[in-house]
Design a binder for this molecule. Structure first.
Ligand code: DQA
Length: 145
């Protein structure tokens, strides 16, 4: 099984970025936990972080071209307005699980809307770094079904 983990804008700053909202774990800490979980089941992970919308679209296309089975995605602020990301998810026809560290529904109104959720198999919000692990678990089980 091959899974792409795709982190969007500003997530490279985790650890120092608004720690009262996003916690003090770095992206490397989170990625290490994801790799550990994936290794347990011999799952191959490709992990990419980018601050650029077009690169996210390219990475989704590349995942399909390279025969990846699914995607674990935190689109950052692109969640709320990126129709090109939404269309890329629909286009690749691979299961995508949306994750957010924070509970976006408890925050500013512009964060309450996700243009991504409707094209994802599911989403996990509000559990800090654990949202990623819960999302990965859900994606693995979904792929096994
Ligand atoms: C986020 C929530 C988004 O609203 C925000 O723009 C982020 C992080 C989260 O993981 O909680 O960059 O996706």
């Amino acid at each position: 099984m091959k899974i792409l983990v795709l982190h969007g804008p500003n997530l490279n700053l985790l650890g120092t970025r608004e720690p009262h909202i996003y916690g003090t774990d770095t992206l490397d800490d989170i990625n290490a936990r994801l790799r550990e979980r994936a290794a347990r089941d011999n799952i191959e992970l490709r992990i990419v972080q980018t601050n650029h919308e077009g690169v996210m679209v390219d990475e989704l296309h590349r995942a399909r071209a390279d025969g990846f089975d699914g995607v674990l995605l935190n689109p950052g602020a692109l969640t709320h307005y990126s129709y090109s990301l939404r269309d890329a998810i629909a286009a690749i026809e691979k299961p995508v699980v949306e994750v957010h560290l924070s509970n976006i529904f408890k925050r500013e109104e512009f964060r309450h809307r996700s243009v991504i959720t409707a094209v994802c198999v599911g989403h996990i919000v509000g559990f800090g770094w654990r949202s990623y692990l819960l999302g990965l678990e859900g994606l693995i089980q979904h792929l096994r079904d």
